[in-house]
Write a protein that binds this ligand. Structure first.
Ligand code: ARG
Length: 467
């Protein structure tokens, strides 16, 4: 398509030496990443300032050129921040947009900035810095969500609700205990985030194209200036590695899955049939046709965002899986996946934090539901083991008969007269009624990590101290 004799497009100013003509329009379109990687402008400029400072310190460029470069880069930073920067697609990406503008601003000294580096280590640096900041933000947001749950758990350490397995009433638990389950889940997510920050805390700059460089650079100096623990140790790996992005997406996918389960519970709990919680107006919408409705749209969207995040994880794993070492242009497709997932995750955490803080908990509805469905049947069986010395399997059988009887009479276990219970097993006394209430049931489950209010309070104290 591109014909050298008729092509009027100029060859690229960064590598034009070898090229007679500029790219075909389609080539430019498929090649350009500026549309999304302009998000990295602050990291790109920060990296370049650290690099230029190191080059001057090592005597690779003059102090005078370094000063011009740093001044020019700071000017570009404020131009971009104030919206006075014209991004050009012809210049392909953020790195070349910044460098070209630098040349306009300071002249030939700009050409010295790219000494001893390549866009391969430059993009690895910029993206790592961006992901590191995003992980730090995620850590804070998860801490906020955990704090919201700790407050609700404290408030409801004694509020009884049905615990479910198979979404069938299983045993009574406290709402505080249920909230603390989410504290454990988001606490694990947060520690995954902390580990990921440790993993990526190595500086890529100075790996150059893939082989390192012959210039006497100081990679420890740039690592320190950019807030990394140390430089990476293998230049080939450095420019081919996107584990830090994949790790971010994996963490986002797991946290998203937790957020989605929470969202699903809120959707169920807020139905009129359950009525366990009522969402605030701030986190629900009405229906344009059915005036009575209050829809949990935010929770539903959190559930859906999780699908998007999973898609990004699979996309990047698939992009990377066939790439030979070292850099290949395929890797440019890493950014949109991470940016999109980061936006979804931030929104999802913020929305769930708001919902958890704002929702009204209907303790009366929860308690009524906790007592239905023979939720204290296990307590009756345990009582028979403890007080009448029955083997658990026999106690289970006796209890099953009591449940069947209650069912046929259309009453609760606690409403069966003692004579009925004694007809099923003679060892039953009126003391049994003490364990058939939901409050007695939860209070008895004091095992470490159990649902008893005293135990829930112990776990809340643990997490408050851990923050
Ligand atoms: N825009 C590129 C990216 O995001 C920068 C690195 C380009 N390197 C190269 N050798 N073409 O990956």
């Amino acid at each position: 398509m591109a014909d050298d004799t008729t092509d009027t497009k100029s060859s690229n100013q960064m590598w034009g030496g070898r090229f007679a003509s500029g790219p075909d329009a389609i080539m430019e379109e498929i090649n350009a990443s500026i549309g999304f990687d302009k998000k990295l402008f602050a990291q790109d400029i920060r990296g370049s300032i650290a690099h230029a400072t190191m080059l001057a310190h090592q005597g690779i460029i003059s102090a005078e050129d370094k000063d011009k470069i740093v001044h020019g880069l700071n000017t570009i930073l404020s131009e971009i921040e104030s919206g006075n920067f014209e991004f050009s697609r012809q210049l392909e990406d953020i790195h070349m947009n910044v460098e070209a503008r630098l040349a306009t601003l300071i002249g030939p000294a700009a050409g010295r900035l790219h000494t001893a580096r390549s866009r391969n280590d430059q993009v690895a640096l910029d993206f790592r810095l961006w992901v590191k900041e995003e992980l730090q933000k995620t850590e804070q947001m998860l801490t906020g969500l955990i704090a919201a749950f700790l407050d609700r758990a404290e408030e409801h350490a004694e509020s009884v609700m049905p615990g479910f397995t198979h979404l069938q009433t299983a045993q009574p638990v406290t709402f505080g205990h249920h909230c603390m389950a989410y504290v454990e889940m988001f606490g694990r997510d947060r520690s995954r985030v902390r580990h990921a920050i440790e993993h990526l805390d190595e500086s890529p700059i100075g790996a150059a194209a893939l082989a390192g460089t012959g210039y006497p650079i100081d990679r420890h100096m740039t690592a320190k200036a950019l807030g990394f623990r140390e430089p990476t140790r293998n230049s080939i790996d450095t420019v081919s590695d996107r584990d830090f992005a994949i790790e971010f997406l994996s963490i986002a996918a797991i946290a998203g899955m937790h957020l989605s389960r929470l969202a699903e519970e809120i959707v169920i709990w807020s139905t009129p049939q359950f009525g366990f919680v009522r969402l605030s107006d701030a986190f629900s919408t009405g229906s344009s046709i059915m005036p009575q409705k209050k829809n949990p749209d935010a929770a539903e969207l959190v559930r859906a965002k999780t699908g998007r995040i999973n898609g990004s994880l699979v996309a990047l794993l698939t992009i990377m899986k066939g790439l030979p070492l070292a850099y290949s242009k395929d890797m440019q497709e890493d950014k949109e996946q991470v940016f999109d997932a980061a936006e979804s995750l931030e929104l999802a955490i913020a929305a769930m934090t708001g919902m958890v803080r704002d929702m009204t908990v209907n303790t009366a509805r929860m308690k009524a539901a906790a007592g239905s469905g023979y939720s204290t049947a296990t307590d009756l069986a345990d009582w028979l083991v403890r007080e009448a010395g029955l083997p658990f399997r026999d106690a289970h059988h006796v209890t099953g008969r009591a449940v069947a009887l209650a069912e046929s009479k259309g009453c609760d276990l606690a409403e069966l007269p003692l004579s009925d219970l004694q007809a099923i097993h003679a060892a039953i006394t009126d003391k049994v009624y003490d364990v058939l209430t939901v409050e007695a049931s939860v209070a008895s489950r004091k095992s470490f990590g159990g649902t008893a209010p005293s135990e829930v309070r112990r776990q809340i104290a643990f997490w408050r101290a851990r923050n």
